[in-house]
Design a protein around this ligand. Structure first.
Ligand code: SF4
Ligand code: SF4
Length: 459
């Protein structure tokens, strides 16, 4: 198996004797934006010196800006089914929690999607529990089709990233045909004994099958896969090392590593107590981890959800995070229930409950360009094609212009006067920063076309 536990433990043990000079050597190497070796990552995980930590945060911010510019991609989750045959100890949807389960009908999915579209969303993370009977692949494919085919007056959802249980090559081929964006699957924990303890007597309890899901997805032709760890289950340093090894494995076997990495932290959920988990990490360690991931795999999208507070999200956007969710409901049918003020069981508790409008205003105030861009997938910039653009830093030549165009679209269709004014001021300033004259002129033209009523313009 490619997550060699002994190797990780040995590296972490050896790194304990790393000196301040060793850490500095790794920080200097990180500035080159070429990524870090396993040994270098293990050294950075030991960082304690305040000045060096500050320097590390700054380097991560610089790397992110040099690759993706100042755009921040915004998305929302859509929970379609809370049926689940598993008993993950940390999750509100576990089988032993008794509550009325449901899966959304096609019509209910369309109602949810219309509410999401009304908020301005164009990019969704599609979520479902694992249940081969109540939520089989046919249901999932139909649900994806229901999302893509739901229109409101301002357009459609343009990209669905799918987060469903590990499955077969055959099923991944079906998902590919259904035109999913990224296939997302969190390993939860790479530490095998902990994995088995946290997933008792269940389909998900098969560590190897879960770990090799991306190999099957890539074999089926899915180009973009998104990994993640649920921080708090096992020792965080071990998890970061293992994440890097998983990425290296995918690069070696399939020519391209993770498209995104998600960094969820364990949160209180129905039927579990945080005291049961001895590896909960505090904010300081969490911030270090996110920045170390940015330094180690500079070109990967890093996703932060509304599990985190507004303050942590604001800070981490400066140090490496490139995508955030906004206005999220983490329960099935949650958007409609939110409208009707009904409260049911959610998968976990959300910490940032602001609306997308409020989040966008803050992003703009902080100098980030909020982006609803979905261009790469639709332009065929996926897999290694995307990665070579990201690794060379050229992705910024499309990210930044697309962010400006989608922000204008948002401000026109979903904004109030305040956001329209903020967006227009930002766009005017940012458009002049586009270096290539032909692209700058194209974007200016497109911004005018958007004001005249055209939509969905991208490069
Ligand atoms: Fe089911 Fe997923 Fe929750 Fe586990 S984490 S209980 S598989 S919904
Ligand atoms: Fe993402 Fe590609 Fe759009 Fe950049 S241009 S925001 S990488 S979809």
């Amino acid at each position: 198996m490619f997550i060699d536990h002994n190797y990780i433990e040995e590296l972490l043990e050896k790194a304990k004797s790393a000196t301040k000079e060793d850490v500095q050597r790794v920080l200097n190497k990180a500035k080159e934006r070429k990524g870090l070796s396993n040994e270098e990552v293990s050294i950075l995980l030991q960082i304690t010196d305040k000045e060096q930590t500050k320097e590390m945060f700054n380097i991560a911010g610089e790397i992110k800006r040099s690759i993706y510019g100042n755009r921040v991609v915004v998305f929302a989750p859509l929970y379609v089914s809370d049926y689940c045959v598993n008993n993950c100890k940390y999750c509100g949807y576990k089988k032993e929690n008794e509550f009325p389960r449901r899966r959304l009908t096609r019509k209910e999915i369309q109602e949810e999607v219309k509410l999401l579209e009304k908020m301005g969303h164009k990019r969704l993370a599609f979520e479902a529990g694992e249940d081969p009977v109540n939520c089989d692949m046919d249901y999932i494919l139909d649900a994806i089709d229901a999302v893509y085919s739901t229109e409101n007056e301002n357009g459609v959802i343009r990209r669905i990233n799918v987060n469903i249980a590990a499955t077969t090559v055959e099923n991944y081929k079906k998902l590919k045909e259904a035109k999913i964006g990224t296939y997302i699957l969190f390993q939860e924990t790479y530490h095998k004994p902990t994995y088995e303890e946290q997933h008792p007597k269940s389909i998900k309890g098969n560590y190897e099958y879960h770990l090799t899901a991306f190999d099957r997805a890539m074999e089926a032709g899915i180009d973009d896969v998104g990994g993640g760890v649920l921080f708090g289950l096992a020792e965080a340093k071990f998890e970061v090392m293992a994440l890097m090894m998983h990425n290296a494995h995918l690069e070696k076997e399939h020519g391209v590593g993770f498209h995104t990495i998600s960094v969820p932290r364990l949160k209180k959920a129905e039927g579990m107590d945080l005291d049961m988990f001895p590896h909960i990490i505090d904010d300081e360690m969490f911030k270090k981890i996110v920045t170390i991931i940015r330094l180690a795999v500079p070109y990967v999208g890093i996703i932060l959800s509304t599990r985190e507070t507004a303050e942590i999200r604001k800070e981490l956007l400066q140090h490496g995070v490139s995508q955030i969710s906004a206005g999220s409901c983490t329960g099935v049918g949650g958007y409609k229930e939110q409208e009707m003020m009904v409260k049911k069981v959610d998968q976990f508790i959300v910490s940032d409950e602001r609306t997308p409008l409020d989040i966008l205003k803050e992003l703009i105030d902080d100098g980030h360009v909020p982006s609803y861009c979905t261009a790469c997938y639709r332009k065929g910039r996926t897999g290694d094609r995307f990665m070579s653009l990201a690794k060379s830093g050229q992705i910024q030549n499309v990210c930044h212009p697309n962010a400006l165009m989608t922000l204008m679209e948002f401000a026109l269709d979903y904004g109030d006067d305040e956001i329209y004014n903020k967006a227009e001021t930002m766009i005017k300033k940012e458009v002049e920063k586009i270096q290539r004259e032909d692209i700058r002129n194209l974007v200016k033209d497109n911004l005018e076309k958007l004001k005249q009523g055209e939509r969905d313009l991208y490069i």
